[in-house]
Design a protein around this ligand. Sequence first.
Ligand code: ADP
Ligand code: MG
Length: 321
Amino acid sequence: MGEFELIARHFTRASRSARPAVALGVGDDCALLQPAPGQQLAISTDMLVEGRHFLSTVAPERLGHKALAVNLSDLAACGAEPLGCTLALALPRADESFVAPFARGLFALADAHGIELVGGDTTAGPLNICITVFGQVPVGQALLRSGARPGDELWVSGRTLGDARLALEVFRGTQALPGADFETVRRAMETPQPRVALGLALRGVASSAIDISDGLLGDLGHVLRRSGVGAVVQVDALPRSAVLAAQPLALQHECLLAGGDDYELLFTAPAVLHAAVLAAGERAGTAVTCCGHIEAAPGLRVVDASGAAVATPWRSFDHFQ
Ligand code: ADP
Ligand code: MG
């Protein structure tokens, strides 16, 4: 199978986009996107490299899902509505048994969010997946990292923070889990759900937002630096699965606070909007949990339910350190 046959067979679909924003998709030199009047384009790129971002053991269908999910998660964190995406793919071989399920996983998530693959590039090389997503957000309404203010409450989405990290530790051999529990946390690692509906519901409610890709503390640090504020995190309030809750406390803390690959939204909102945040979670069908607050004094403190300081010896993930 050649390059063009592969593109035609697996990455080209009769245009079925419900999005009027996609004026032209795969097949020409450029795709054409038309955001609605009064909206800004929101653009984000995430690359997935084998051995770095995913293990060779992952099923191709899940890999297709995750490659798009981590990108949609960035749109979610900005409160942007997804329109389309491009896919730049380097493949060692034109291997149908990989490409077909990979495309299936990617398109299933694309369809769940009503977006189309509008273009890309396909080349031979070590397995590497780079997706760019395009979204739209009304001018001035994007959720940014820079908007947290003293007195704001700190919130996190979802119920299974830290599961992806627990799965990674099992793959690394530092932890062991019964088979069914391993499958549960492995699913969290391999098929994260981007919180797009929540991001949209939080427009005009949240003061800042970020998605958790490198661990809660590291990602919160980005918000605090951009906003020029500090924060207190209540570790006992952080939502966790029954599987994680059954682990030793130190491991729970590491997975919750320094895990990564969660793709939950971490956001702030004025305390007077507490009920509005809960309503946004309801509208989006996504759990939201208040887990701390923002302070004027810089710094990041983690405390337990009794108010005692919790040690946080981990460093945030950095590709070059
Ligand atoms: P060009 O030579 O102009 O770069 P290509 O030959 O690389 O174009 O691609 C032909 C068409 O197929 C273009 O519209 C491109 O966007 C699309 N395309 C290539 N690879 C992919 C892919 N992996 N997924 C989706 N579309 C793709
Ligand atoms: Mg090209």
